[in-house]
Design a protein around this ligand. Structure first.
Ligand code: AMP
Ligand code: GLY
Length: 433
């Protein structure tokens, strides 16, 4: 099977690394990819923008893809899946109608309402709302305010604050950018990311993971795309995954079928485990980044076959014969970001050290390579999130130790990273409400 992956980050490097271990996969391509992926796939950096459907169809045709796996949300929301399917390709990733579950928080709320899925109470404020309307809306929430940009914001458009002035300021900033705002009730409880393969009404969960969204240790600082993740979750109740599947993912899959837009691809439920159990914070229409890096490190099933079963509408039959298999133990990933992240990023910082060409140790999220005067090459930073350093171990503590030992062997000046990925879980500090 010849596979084309769309995207360029650590998630895509994890997907490629997983796909390369599947004996049925003969050939791997990635568009655009990054220089850290060239060991595992042919990169197509000049093939056009990932949200340009015609350009993505052209590269799929050029490489003769049997399957196209779409990594990020932007091409999904832009209808790249629809265009590839129309051109006759098998695609892992929902069409535009399905990607709305991520592309519009208001749409996701409507689906959850119809499917009776637990989520935070919310209220939309459109640009042009009067000062009085905004003040009244803010009055009906608090003492913690959750203010979201109701457009694609890669997890960065959310402000969670006990400062009403800061909440108000974010409402104004989002309106100034032309997007509606969603105010939400604060969900109290530890967060879970559960990825489910969805093919119509068939829902197959992967291992549950936890992301660390804030940039600094101790969950301080602004939200980012994600600074590290681990899987599985030792603190989750034994029936936790099944409850999320039954109470959240299956009802949503059924509602999408009922609407005449069956979902095909990955449904990512971002939840808080509250006193009442799982409650949805958001849905994404794709694998999460960086949780995927940890989750796929434990997958033993052939990833290409699994994704192809979803893309060809045969997931139920496939898993009946081949239930997903997982390695025992835990996996963890630490994100090394460039100076200034998440507000900005720094390109061109040299990265040296051990493990940079071992995808089981280090995945490349945003690197370029440059040739030095003596003809050798070195990696340099080329974006916000740059490397994902991996650790796998029999215990979460061991996985953590492995990952941070590897971090210590990498030289990346001014890198921004957290030293406490999975630490609260290791220390038993995650309390269920
Ligand atoms: P989102 O872009 O919706 O995933 O939000 C980003 C992050 O903000 C989430 O991962 C949570 O940490 C936090 N967050 C969002 N909505 C809520 C909420 N209703 N209650 C508590 N925390 C939230
Ligand atoms: N890990 C957060 C996201 O992928 O949106």
């Amino acid at each position: 099977m010849r596979i084309l992956v769309i995207g360029s980050g650590g998630r895509e490097h994890a997907l490629l690394t997983g796909l390369a271990k599947d004996p049925s996969v003969t050939d791997l391509h990635v568009v655009p990819g990054n220089d850290g992926m060239t060991k595992v796939a042919t990169c197509h950096p000049e093939a056009g923008a990932v949200d340009d459907p015609a350009a993505m169809v052209a590269v799929a045709e050029q490489v003769g893809a049997d399957l196209v796996v779409i990594g990020p949300e932007i091409p999904l929301v832009a209808g790249v899946g629809d265009a590839l399917r129309e051109a006759g390709f098998r695609v892992f990733g929902p069409d535009k109608a399905g990607a709305m579950i991520e592309g519009s928080k208001q749409f996701a709320k409507e689906v959850m309402d119809a499917a009776q899925v637990p989520t935070a109470r919310s209220l939309q404020l459109v640009p042009g709302a009067t000062e009085e309307t905004i003040e009244e809306a803010l009055d009906s929430f608090g003492p913690m305010w959750v203010v979201k940009d109701d457009g694609l914001a890669a997890g960065k458009g959310v402000v969670v604050t006990d400062d009403r002035f800061a909440a108000r300021t974010h409402v104004e900033a989002v309106h100034a950018s032309g997007n509606p705002v969603l105010l939400e009730a604060f969900l109290d409880g530890p967060e879970v990311s559960l990825f489910c393969l969805v093919d119509g009404e068939t829902v197959v969960p992967l291992l549950p993971a936890q992301d660390h969204k804030r940039v600094f240790d101790g969950d301080e600082g602004p939200n980012t795309g994600g600074m590290g993740a681990y899987t599985p979750l030792p603190w989750l109740p034994a029936d936790g995954v099944q409850r999320i599947v039954d109470e959240v993912c299956v009802p949503v899959a059924k509602e999408m079928v009922r609407r005449g837009t069956p979902y095909s691809g990955l449904l990512y439920a971002g939840l808080a485990w509250t006193a009442e159990g799982p409650s949805v914070i958001e849905f994404n229409a794709r694998f999460g980044d960086p949780e995927t890096q940890a989750v796929l490190a434990l997958l033993r099933s052939p990833l290409g076959e699994v994704l192809d079963a979803v893309a060809s509408g045969t997931l139920a039959e496939y898993v009946a014969e081949h239930p997903l298999e997982w390695a025992q133990g835990y996996a963890l990933t630490v994100v090394l970001a460039s100076a200034g992240y998440p507000a900005s990023s720094t390109k061109g910082s040299p990265i040296t050290g051990e493990g940079l060409d071992d995808a089981d140790a280090v995945l490349h999220a945003g690197t370029a390579s440059r040739t030095l005067y003596d003809g050798t090459t070195e990696y340099v930073s080329d974006g916000g999130r740059v490397l994902n350093v991996m650790g796998v171990g029999a215990s979460l503590e061991e996985a953590r130790a492995v990952a941070y030992e590897r971090v210590a062997k990498i030289t990346f000046p001014d890198a921004v990273y957290r030293t406490d990925i999975a630490l609260p879980a290791v220390e038993g500090r995650i309390a269920l409400p």
